[in-house]
Design a protein around this ligand. Structure first.
Ligand SMILES: NC(=O)C1=CN([C@@H]2O[C@H](COP(=O)(O)OP(=O)(O)OC[C@H]3O[C@@H](n4cnc5c(N)ncnc54)[C@H](OP(=O)(O)O)[C@@H]3O)[C@@H](O)[C@H]2O)C=CC1
Ligand SMILES: N[C@@H](CC=O)C(=O)O
Length: 377
C-alpha cells in the first residue's frame, strides 16, 4: 500500500469537505492501493498533529470531530490531546512544528502540503516545504499570484505541485492546458467566464432578483471567497487569469491585469468592514446593477463577467453579450473557457461545468493528491 502523508492548511468549507471526501473514500483508495494519512490539520491560529507522524495519522473519528468543531465556528485549539494521540500547537509554535514535520518527512516518507486556506501568508511555509522536498497541492490561488520570484520558486519542481482547483474548481482546466503545452501546441488566447459567484449572480439578476439577494445566496452556497468583495471586485478572476497566463509563459504580476470592480473604492476592505458591506453596502448597489441589466436586456443582451488572456495581455470585466452566445447561455455557477491554440484555432477547445462549490473544489483537490501518488512508496 502506498502511503501519502499530508498536512491540511485551512479547515473552512473546502478543507472540511476534503476531509469528508478522504474519510468516505477510504475503501475505494484501499482498492487502488493508496492510503491518505492526514498527519496534521491547521486553521489560522493552530495546528493539530498526530503524536507520531512517522507511523500514524489522525484517525477518522478525530478528523470528523475536527470538522464538527470547525463548522461550529470554533478554533482547533479547543480540541484536547485525545489521550496523547495528538498534540496542538498555537501561533508561532504551530509554524515551527509544521516546518519541523516537513524537515523530517520531506526527504524520507515524503509529505504533501494541501493549502485550502484563503490566505497569502501560507507562501512562506509552502516555499520552505518545497525546499525540504515536499509536494504541494493548492486550492488557494494567493501563493500562485504572489510576485514572480515567489511563484517561480513554488513551481520549480513541476512534478511536486498540483493546483487544478485554483481555476474552475474541479474542472480539468490546468491539466488540459498542460497537455496542450507539453505537446507543442501553443495556446494564444483564452476567453471565458471564470467565476462561479459572478456567473451565478449575473444569471440570477437577469430574472429580476436584487443583486444583494443573489450575492448572499452565492455566499450561502459556498461559491464566494470568505470576503465576497474578492469576487465582486474582480480580484478572484484576475488571480485565475494570472495563474493561466503564467502557465502559458507570461511573466506578469497581478497589477498588470486590468480589472473592473462591481463596487466603488469607498466600499473596499480598507474602508468598510465585511459586516457593514454585507448589511448595507451590498444593497446600495442593487439599483445600478438592475439598470445595467435592463439596458443590456433591451438589446437582447446579458451581462457576463469575462476574462480575456491574449498573448501576454489580460483583462477582466463586465461585457454585454448576446443571450444566445456560449457565455450568454451560462447558468448558475458554471464556468466556461474557450481555448485557442494551433490545433484549436477556428473552433476552440471548450471546457464547461460547475466552477465553484465546496464539493467539486474538494474533489479536484483530492484528485490532485492522488495524481502525485507515484512520488510516494
Ligand atoms: N469555494 C469554492 O468554490 C472554491 C474555493 N477555492 C479556494 O479554496 C480556498 C478555501 O476556501 P473556503 O474553504 O471557502 O475558505 P474558508 O474561509 O471557509 O476557510 C479558510 C480556512 O483557512 C484557514 N486559514 C486562514 N489563514 C490560514 C493560515 N495562515 N494557515 C492555515 N490556515 C489558515 C481558516 O482558519 P480559521 O477557521 O481559523 O479562520 C479557515 O479554516 C480559498 O483559497 C478559495 O479561493 C478554490 C476554488 C473554488
Ligand atoms: N469564489 C470563487 C471560487 C472558486 O475559485 C468563484 O466564485 O469562482
Amino acid at each position: 500500500m502506498k502511503t501519502i502523508p499530508l498536512i491540511l492548511m485551512g479547515c473552512g468549507g473546502v478543507g472540511r469537505q476534503l476531509i469528508q471526501h478522504i474519510v468516505s473514500c477510504r475503501s475505494l483508495h484501499a482498492k487502488q492501493g493508496v492510503l491518505l494519512r492526514v498527519v496534521g490539520v491547521c486553521d489560522s491560529k493552530s495546528v493539530v498533529v498526530a503524536s507520531d507522524v512517522f507511523t500514524r495519522g489522525l484517525d477518522d473519528a478525530f478528523l470528523t470531530e475536527i470538522c464538527r468543531v470547525k463548522s461550529s465556528g470554533s478554533s482547533l485549539s479547543i480540541l484536547g490531546s485525545k489521550g496523547g494521540e495528538c498534540q496542538i500547537f498555537s501561533n508561532l509554535e504551530s509554524v515551527k512544528k509544521v516546518v519541523d514535520i516537513a524537515s523530517h518527512l520531506g526527504r524520507t516518507t515524503g509529505l504533501t502540503f494541501v493549502d485550502c486556506s484563503a490566505s497569502s501568508e501560507t507562501i512562506e511555509i509552502l516555499n520552505q516545504a518545497v525546499d525540504l522536498g515536499c509536494c504541494i497541492v493548492l486550492a488557494n490561488k494567493k501563493p500562485l499570484t504572489s510576485p514572480m520570484e515567489d511563484y517561480e520558486k513554488l513551481v520549480s519542481h513541476p512534478r511536486h505541485i498540483r493546483h487544478e482547483s485554483t481555476v474552475g474548481a474541479g474542472l480539468p482546466v490546468i491539466t488540459s492546458l498542460n497537455r496542450l503545452l507539453a505537446s507543442g501546441d501553443p495556446v494564444h488566447r483564452i476567453i471565458g467566464s471564470l467565476s462561479g459567484t459572478l456567473g451565478y449572480v449575473m444569471s440570477e439578476v437577469e430574472d429580476g432578483k436584487p443583486f444583494s439577494q443573489v450575492v448572499t445566496e452565492a455566499k450561502c452556497l459556498g461559491y464566494t471567497e470568505p470576503d465576497p468583495r474578492d469576487d465582486l471586485g474582480g480580484m478572484d478572476v484576475a488571480r485565475k487569469a494570472l495563474i493561466l497566463a503564467r502557465l502559458l509563459g507570461a511573466r506578469l504580476n497581478l497589477d498588470d491585469i486590468k480589472v473592473e470592480s462591481l463596487y466603488p473604492a469607498e466600499m473596499g476592505p480598507d474602508k468598510m468592514s465585511l459586516e457593514d458591506f454585507l448589511s448595507s453596502g451590498l444593497s446600495s448597489l442593487d439599483e445600478g446593477i438592475d439598470e445595467r441589466v435592463k439596458v443590456a436586456s433591451s438589446k437582447g443582451n446579458v451581462l457576463r463577467y469575462v476574462c480575456v488572456i491574449d498573448g501576454s495581455r489580460c483583462h477582466v470585466g463586465i461585457q454585454e453579450l448576446p443571450k444566445d452566445s456560449p457565455l450568454g447561455r451560462l447558468k448558475g455557477s458554471d464556468n466556461v473557457l474557450e481555448v485557442y491554440s494551433r490545433c484549436y484555432s477556428k473552433q476552440p477547445l471548450v471546457i464547461q461545468g460547475a466552477g465553484a462549490g465546496n464539493d467539486t473544489t474538494a474533489a479536484g483537490v483530492l484528485a490532485d493528491i492522488l495524481d502525485i501518488q507515484d512520488l510516494f512508496s
